[in-house]
Ligand binder design. Structure first.
Ligand SMILES: Nc1ncnc2c1ncn2[C@@H]1O[C@H](COP(=O)(O)OP(=O)(O)OP(=O)(O)O)[C@@H](O)[C@H]1O
Ligand SMILES: [Mg+2]
Length: 233
């Protein structure tokens, strides 16, 4: 538990009192053909947001995958909601991935044969959570729900994939360039919808972005540079 302090999310100030830690990693190192990064440690509490900046190839997506149950690191520990995730058995890890972790991928993976609504509905059925119609309005996709995915613009597809993740009501949102295909206004709307979500649902946001302005809206900003994670805010 943290002592009482002020938090700042999405331009609205509010109290974070007795917040709970949702994500923690300790001394993560990872290599593919060459070392990507080492000694990465960070911590994310309820209602908090972290942004990760870094040049292309610095390892941002890989770090996001490690923290979101998708990639076992060469070294280090990841805790979600107090659980050491890579020590869980397969069923528990799958359950955590399905129910508690919401990943907005850099390339979204919608089902092309289905409509926008059916894509969102699928995630609601899988997790037994109700679809929040207000959210669909905020994301500005309520008018394209019956269109096939292939009939949507890139930005609309991106917003449908974000809706699909948020309807699961995950404890932590991992968003990899969620606004990459969007104009400035749509990007702001989308990020505000995500901030609203993490505040209302006591969730948290781990955001990977190239957009320095967007990053500044988060409580903390880090940069992956030359294999190290440096804190900038
Ligand atoms: N599964 C993999 N196997 C081997 N190498 C990989 C794998 N995934 C990523 N890499 C390599 O790791 C490096 C970092 O990739 P990563 O996708 O994490 O970068 P990034 O910071 O997200 O880049 P971008 O900003 O372009 O999305 C790259 O050189 C990439 O080729
Ligand atoms: Mg990436």
């Amino acid at each position: 538990m943290n002592e009482e302090r002020k938090g700042f999310v999405g331009n609205s100030q509010f109290d974070i009192t007795n917040t709970v830690n949702l994500l923690r990693c300790e001394e993560i190192s990872h290599s593919f053909d060459y070392p990507l990064f080492s000694n990465v440690s960070l911590s994310l509490n309820q209602k908090e947001s972290i942004a990760i900046l870094g040049i292309s190839g610095s390892g941002k997506s890989s770090l996001l995958h490690i923290l979101s149950t998708l990639l076992v690191p060469n070294h280090g520990k990841v805790y979600i909601d107090g659980k050491n995730i890579y020590e869980l058995n397969e069923n528990k890890l799958l359950s955590l991935r399905r129910n508690d972790v919401g990943v907005i991928f850099q390339s979204h993976y919608l089902f092309n044969g289905f409509s926008a609504y059916e894509n969102i509905e699928l995630s609601s059925v899988l997790t037994g959570k109700k679809i929040d119609n207000e959210l669909l309005g905020i994301l500005n996709i309520d008018n394209v729900l019956n269109k096939k995915v292939t009939e949507l613009s890139g930005g609309q597809q991106q917003r449908v994939s974000i809706a699909r993740v948020l309807v699961k009501k995950p404890k932590i949102i991992f968003a990899d360039e969620p606004t990459g295909n969007l104009d400035r206004k749509s990007a702001e709307d989308v990020i505000d919808a995500i901030f609203r979500y993490i505040y209302e649902q006591n969730s948290a946001l781990f955001l990977v972005t190239h957009d320095e302005e967007l990053a500044k809206k988060c409580d903390s900003v880090y940069r992956l540079r030359e294999g190290k994670l440096e804190k900038e805010k």
